[in-house]
Design a protein around this ligand. Structure first.
Ligand code: CUA
Length: 213
């Protein structure tokens, strides 16, 4: 986990994982019970309501069971949705205050990162540690998607449209960004490097770059 977004996504993952395990154990448990209890044994007579070829099977209505098939999953999803509002809001909303905005243009098959001063890096995004970074994403040609697995962020780049992605990297280092939307022959090679720098080092680099260095 190298970004605050990664922590939130990780939290959401486990929060959905354990209810999913509970549902799987419950459902598969009933399946195993049914397989054992109603298995065919030698000499066992056909049940009275066994299906007969060419006839519609008799209805076995149990409104309580039918309703629970709808209501229980709905309740689980509704509860998770309500308690996750804050996390989802955090992932979507760019925080107020000091952040770095980088215009990002995707094209077959590379990334251009343009800083507020006007200089552009190809396939390399340099950002300061601990400060929110906002990418204003678009595409020159077809659909692409900016994806950094370490930060747990992914956002489509759509021609004629600007989409926003933000992250806050928490550890200096070099990370891999890749295109996550099939975009033609060299899609798999559409990679970029994300360099997370110490803030002072980043400011010095940015100032030099802005002067044309
Ligand atoms: Cu760009 Cu895949």
């Amino acid at each position: 986990m190298q970004a605050t977004s990664a922590e939130v996504v990780n939290y959401l993952f486990w929060e959905f994982f354990w209810p999913a395990v509970a549902v799987a154990v419950f459902t598969l448990g009933w399946l195993v019970i049914a397989l054992v209890k109603f298995r065919d044994r030698p000499g066992r007579p056909e049940p009275a309501d066994a299906p007969v070829a060419g006839q519609f099977p008799a209805e076995r209505k149990n409104r309580f069971v039918l309703a629970s098939f709808i209501l229980v999953p709905l309740a689980i999803v509704a509860v998770l949705d309500v308690i996750d509002q804050e996390a989802l809001h955090f992932l979507k909303e760019v925080p107020e205050g000091d952040h770095l905005t980088v215009r990002t243009e995707a094209y077959q098959w590379a990334w251009d990162f343009t800083y507020p001063e006007g200089f552009t890096l190809q396939n390399e995004l340099r950002v300061p540690k601990g400060r929110p970074v906002v990418l204003k994403l678009t595409s020159r040609d077809v659909l692409h998607s900016f994806y950094v697995a370490d930060f747990a962020v992914k956002q489509d780049a759509v021609p004629g449209q600007i989409s926003t992605l933000w992250f806050n990297a928490t550890r200096a280092g070099t990370y891999r960004a890749r295109c996550a939307e099939y975009c033609g022959l060299a899609h798999a090679k559409m990679l970029a490097t994300v360099v997370v720098m110490e803030p002072a080092e980043f400011d010095a680099w940015r100032a030099a770059k802005a002067r044309g260095g």
